[in-house]
Design a protein around this ligand. Structure first.
Ligand code: FMN
Ligand code: SF4
Ligand code: FES
Length: 619
C-alpha cells in the first residue's frame, strides 16, 4: 500500500493554527505568498529547518483546532518548516494522540489499564460499545468518538477518562474525568459537557514533607507560595553558589525518583563541569508508567515548587534554557505549570536577571502526545527536537551529549522538588531521613483494592505492610492476591513480601524495584489473567519498534501468554513457560533501552510468584 503523506490543501483554520505558532510566513520559501524579491533571494531553508523543534507544537495546534492532522495541513506545516513530508508523516504517526484520519471534534479516552480494570473499566467499555459503537469509530450521530486508553495517571480515582473537544464550534477544551461512570460518559459523548474537577484533598495529612503545601497553598498564587516558604531555597542557592548547591545535593545522597535511581549530585556535577556550551535542563514530567500519578499531583498542587527547583538546578549546572516535558494527558498540570512560569517571570524569578543577580534562566513547556517511551530521557530529547520519540544508544550519556547534542541535566519532577529542602536545610539533614542507601522520603501512588487510594509520602525504608495500612488496608472480608510494585515495568510481590522495606536496596533484595513509586494492590477479586494480558498489550503497543528484541519480543510475549493462560495441557504450558523465559532473556540482554529490558518483568514475576498458569482468578 502506498502511504500518501501529502495531498489536499490546508484549510484557512489549519493555516491560522500553524501560523499562530510560527508567525506569518516571511516569503514563498516558507509557505507564504510570492513577492517580487522571492525570485532573487531564497529565504526559509536553514532558517526554517532550524525551527524543526516546533514541529510537535505545530501538530498540537492543528489537532487542537480541527481534531486531526490532515494531509493538507501537514504539507503546509512541512513547507513552513522545510521538513520532507515523509519524515513529518513518520513523526505524526509515531504519537498515539495525533489522528491522521478525520474524526469528530469530541473524543473521550477511557482508561482500561490495571487500576481502572480492577475498578470496573471493562463493564464501562461494554456499556459504551452498546451505546456509542466500538471504540475508535464515530457513533451513530457521528459527533463523538471514544477510545480505549492506557493508564491516564488518575488511578486513585479509577475508572478514569480524558475528554477533549477540538476548537471548532464551542472552542477547544480538555479535561480529566474521574471517576468516570456510564452516566458521565454519556453526557460527555452525547452533549460534550463534563464536570469540573474539584480539588481533591490528599488522603494523608500527617508526616508530609514534599507534599506539605498541597491543599494548603493556592496553586495559582505566587504570593500564597511565598507565604509558605516559597523562593527561600532559591535565595539560599544564590548565596551558596553552584558548587555549594552541588555539595549539599551530593551530601544528601539523593537518588533519582524517575526509576533509574541515579545519584543526583553526580549528575549535576558532571553537567556543571562540562566545558561544552550551552548546557540544557530538562524536567521529565512525562509520567506514563501505569499506576503512577505522583508528578501530576506535585505539578497540579505545588507548581511553583517545580519551577523554583528547576531554577536552582539550572543555576547549579550553568543552564540558561530549561524544558519541562509534560505528559499530553495532563491538561490541568500543564496549565498550572504554565501559569506558574509566567508568574515567576513577572516577579523576576525567571528571565534575564533572576533576583537582580544577572543570572539568566527560562523554561519552555513541551507537551507529549501519547507515547510512553518519551519518558525515556533520550527519546524525550528526540521528541523536543521534533522527531519520533525513539531512544538513542548510550553512551554518549545526556550529561555529555543530550538535548541538541549538548550537555543536558535531566531530572524527574519528584527528584527536583526534593532539592528545595536539601538547599534550605542542608544535605546532611535530608540524609538523616530514610536508610543510609536510600535517603529522604518517597512518594507512593496507591491504587487498586485499598480503602483509601491516593498519593502517600513515607520515609524510605517504611515497610510495604505499613504503607498499605496507611491507605486503609484491604476492603472488608477480602484477602490479598498480589501487589504490583513499580508499575507495568515493575514486578508482582505477594503477601509474604509485605515486610519488605521500601528502599532501593530493600526491594532489590527480593528481586523487585521501587520504579516510579506505583503500588497497585490486588485482592482476591482481581482477574490476574486479564491484568497480565493488559500488561503484555501495553508493552506491545508502546515499544517504539526500533530494535528487534523488543519489537518482536513484546508481540511474541503477548501471543505466548495468551496461549499459556488458555491452555489446560500441562506439557504445552511448561513449553510456553520456558519460551516466555527465553523471550524475556533476549529482551533483557539485547534491547536498546529500559522499555525492552523491563517489558517481561511483571509477567515473569507473576509466573514465578503467583504460579499464574491458566487460572489466577480466584474470585
Ligand atoms: C521506558 C521508560 C520510561 C520512562 N519514563 C519516565 C518518566 O515518565 N518520568 C521520569 O522521570 N523518568 C522516566 N524514565 C527514566 C528516565 O529515562 C530518566 O532516568 C529520568 O528522567 C532521570 O531523572 P532522575 O535521575 O531524576 O530519576 C523512563 C525510562 C524508561 C526506560
Ligand atoms: S527497547 Fe523497545 S522501546 Fe527501547 S529502543 Fe528498542 S524497540 Fe524502542
Ligand atoms: S488511570 Fe486507569 S490505571 Fe491509571
Amino acid at each position: 500500500m502506498d502511504i500518501r503523506t501529502t495531498g489536499g490543501t490546508a484549510s484557512a483554520v489549519e493555516i491560522a493554527a500553524i501560523d499562530s505558532v510560527l508567525g506569518e510566513p516571511a516569503s514563498i520559501w516558507e509557505g507564504g505568498a510570492r513577492r517580487p524579491e522571492d525570485d532573487h533571494v531564497a529565504h526559509g531553508g536553514w532558517a526554517a529547518r532550524s525551527r524543526r523543534p516546533m514541529l510537535l507544537p505545530v501538530l498540537h495546534a492543528i489537532q487542537d483546532q480541527v481534531g486531526w492532522v490532515s494531509r493538507g495541513a501537514l504539507e503546509y506545516a512541512c513547507r513552513r518548516l522545510t521538513i520532507p513530508p515523509a519524515e513529518a508523516y513518520g513523526v505524526v504517526s509515531f504519537y498515539a494522540r495525533f489522528a491522521l484520519e478525520a474524526r469528530p471534534a469530541l473524543a473521550l479516552h477511557v482508561c482500561d489499564d490495571i487500576a481502572c480494570q480492577s475498578a470496573g473499566a471493562d463493564a464501562l467499555g461494554r456499556a459504551l460499545e452498546a451505546g456509542f459503537g466500538p471504540a475508535g469509530t464515530p457513533g451513530a450521530a457521528g459527533s463523538a468518538v471514544w477510545y480505549r486508553s492506557p493508564c491516564l495517571g488518575l488511578c486513585d480515582r479509577a475508572p478514569a477518562g480524558l475528554a477533549e473537544r477540538a476548537g471548532t464550534g464551542r472552542g477547544r477544551a480538555e479535561m480529566q474525568v474521574a471517576p468516570l461512570t456510564v452516566d458521565v460518559a454519556q453526557v460527555v459523548l452525547g452533549r460534550g459537557e463534563w464536570p469540573e474537577p474539584g480539588e481533591r484533598p490528599l488522603p494523608q495529612r500527617a508526616g508530609l514533607t514534599l507534599l506539605r503545601r498541597i491543599g494548603v497553598t493556592d496553586p495559582a498564587s505566587i504570593d500564597s507560595y511565598r507565604h509558605h516558604d516559597g523562593y527561600t531555597a532559591l535565595r539560599r542557592a544564590i548565596e551558596l553558589g553552584p558548587e555549594g548547591v552541588i555539595r549539599e545535593v551530593t551530601e544528601a545522597r539523593l537518588l533519582g525518583r524517575g526509576g533509574a535511581a541515579f545519584p543526583t549530585g553526580r549528575k549535576w556535577d558532571s553537567v556543571s563541569r562540562s566545558p561544552v556550551d550551552p548546557h540544557f535542563l530538562v524536567c521529565n514530567a512525562d509520567e506514563s508508567e501505569p499506576g503512577t500519578f505522583k508528578d501530576r499531583v506535585l505539578m497540579e498542587g505545588d507548581p511553583f515548587a517545580v519551577v523554583e527547583a528547576m531554577t536552582i538546578a539550572a543555576i547549579a549546572t550553568g543552564c540558561e534554557q530549561g524544558y519541562l516535558y509534560v505528559r499530553g494527558e495532563y491538561p490541568l498540570a500543564r496549565h498550572r505549570i504554565e501559569h506558574a512560569i509566567a508568574e515567576a517571570r513577572a516577579h523576576g524569578f525567571l528571565g534575564g536577571d533572576i533576583e537582580g543577580t544577572g543570572i539568566r534562566f527560562d523554561i519552555e513547556v513541551r507537551r507529549g502526545a501519547g507515547a510512553y517511551i518519551c519518558g525515556e530521557e533520550t527519546a524525550l530529547f528526540n521528541s523536543i527536537e521534533g522527531k519520533r520519540g525513539e531512544p538513542r544508544n548510550k553512551p554518549p550519556f545526556p550529561v555529555q551529549a543530550g538535548l541538541f547534542g549538548k550537555p543536558t541535566l535531566v531530572n524527574n519532577v519528584e527528584t527536583l522538588v526534593n532539592v528545595l529542602d536539601i538547599v534550605n536545610e542542608g544535605g546532611a539533614a535530608f540524609a538523616a531521613t530514610g536508610t543510609p542507601d536510600s535517603t529522604g522520603t518517597r512518594l507512593f501512588c496507591l491504587s487498586g483494592h485499598v480503602r483509601r487510594p491516593g498519593l502517600y509520602e513515607v520515609a524510605m525504608g517504611t515497610t510495604l505492610r505499613a504503607l498499605i495500612e496507611l491507605a486503609g488496608g484491604l476492603r472488608e472480608g477480602r484477602t490479598m492476591q498480589a501487589v504490583l510494585l513499580g508499575g507495568a515495568a515493575g514486578s508482582f510481590v505477594t503477601e509474604r513480601h509485605l515486610d519488605v522495606p521500601l528502599s532501593f536496596e530493600g526491594t532489590q533484595a527480593i528481586g523487585a524495584t521501587l520504579g516510579s513509586g506505583a503500588v497497585i494492590v490486588l485482592d482476591d477479586t482481581a482477574d490476574m489473567n486479564q491484568i497480565l494480558l493488559r500488561i503484555a498489550r501495553f508493552f506491545r503497543d508502546e515499544s517504539c519498534g526500533q530494535c528487534v528484541p523488543c519489537r518482536v519480543g513484546t508481540v511474541r510475549q503477548e501471543e505466548v501468554l495468551r496461549r499459556l493462560l488458555s491452555s489446560r495441557d500441562g506439557d504445552a504450558r511448561q513449553g510456553d513457560i520456558s519460551l516466555l523465559n527465553d523471550i524475556a532473556q533476549a529482551m533483557r540482554d539485547a534491547s536498546i533501552c529500559g522499555l525492552g529490558q523491563t517489558a517481561a518483568n511483571a509477567i515473569s514475576s507473576a509466573v514465578m510468584q503467583l504460579g499464574v498458569v491458566g487460572g489466577g482468578h480466584r474470585s
